[in-house]
Design a protein around this ligand. Structure first.
Ligand code: FPP
Length: 245
């Protein structure tokens, strides 16, 4: 085993990293390729980033792969993205399982075609006891939609107004049981949250890079982790050591 790489890790590793994987289309255009080639290259990179996260000791990785707004893309691109998800499950599931990755889905599963829903459910069930890395795939996901969905379920459950607090709301989100993200990365330079983890990301650190997603590999992830380790997270407190009273 190569331990020399580990000695270069920052001291403070975020428990939960979330990524807005943007720039596949521009990556493809820059090479004169169709957009779906960019998405395929994006999948190859996701594989690299998953591996790097397990190497660096990140415990939760959340990736924004298909938003509730992405249905507005041309039908051929939507179909191609759905096919990519199905392919990833067909081809990568056993390998992810062997590597101790637990797959979870964030978003409205019922909006996907029935066969894809079954495959996603199977992947979740197969990997549910894996502990090395939790991989949340946000697919047909929107942060506002997630909150609407949570409120509906709370009402259906007859939750009393006086019992509603932040912990309860969190427990009704798709991310129930996951710690909030410590670091949110956005590739390809846009300075927007784009309806991603709007509740959970309240205190997350942000890292934005101009690099297109297919080119954001192990080394740049490491750079983002170094950048994160240098930051002082205050959660509303004043700078300096935590004081009481
Ligand atoms: C944004 O790039 C990327 C997407 C909408 C799709 C992301 C999907 C993948 C990386 C592959 C599938 C992942 C899984 C988990 C199966 P864009 O198309 O908006 O790029 P642009 O802004 O340059 O046009």
């Amino acid at each position: 085993m190569d331990n020399s790489r580990n000695s270069k890790l920052p001291e403070k590793i975020p428990t939960h990293v979330a990524i807005i994987m943007d720039g596949n289309g521009r990556w493809a255009r820059a090479r004169g390729l169709p957009r779906h080639a960019g998405h395929r290259a994006g999948v190859d990179n996701l594989r690299r980033v998953i591996e790097a996260c397990t190497e660096f000791g990140v415990k939760y990785l959340t990736v924004y792969a298909f938003s509730t707004e992405n249905w507005r893309r041309p039908p051929a691109e939507v179909r191609s993205l759905m096919n990519i998800l199905e392919d990833v499950i067909d081809r990568e599931l056993q390998e992810l399982h062997r590597n101790g990755v637990q797959l979870r889905h964030l978003g409205r599963l019922e909006g996907l075609r029935p066969m894809l829903q079954r495959k996603v459910r199977h992947a979740i069930e197969l990997t549910k006891d894996n502990q090395r890395l939790v991989l949340n795939i946000a697919w047909n996901y929107g942060g506002r939609d997630e909150i609407v969905h949570a409120i509906r379920r709370m009402l259906e459950d007859g939750v009393r107004p006086e019992d509603v607090d932040e912990t309860l709301v969190s427990s009704y989100l798709y991310t129930a049981g996951c710690p909030d993200p410590d670091l949110i990365i956005r590739t390809s330079g846009e300075m927007r949250v784009s309806n991603f983890l709007i509740w959970q990301g309240a205190y997350a650190e942000f890292y934005v890079t101009p690099t297109y997603w297919p080119d954001f590999g192990r080394e740049e992830l490491l750079e983002a982790l170094y950048d994160y380790a240098r930051r002082e997270r205050r959660f509303g407190r004043v700078p300096g050591p935590l004081t009481t009273g």
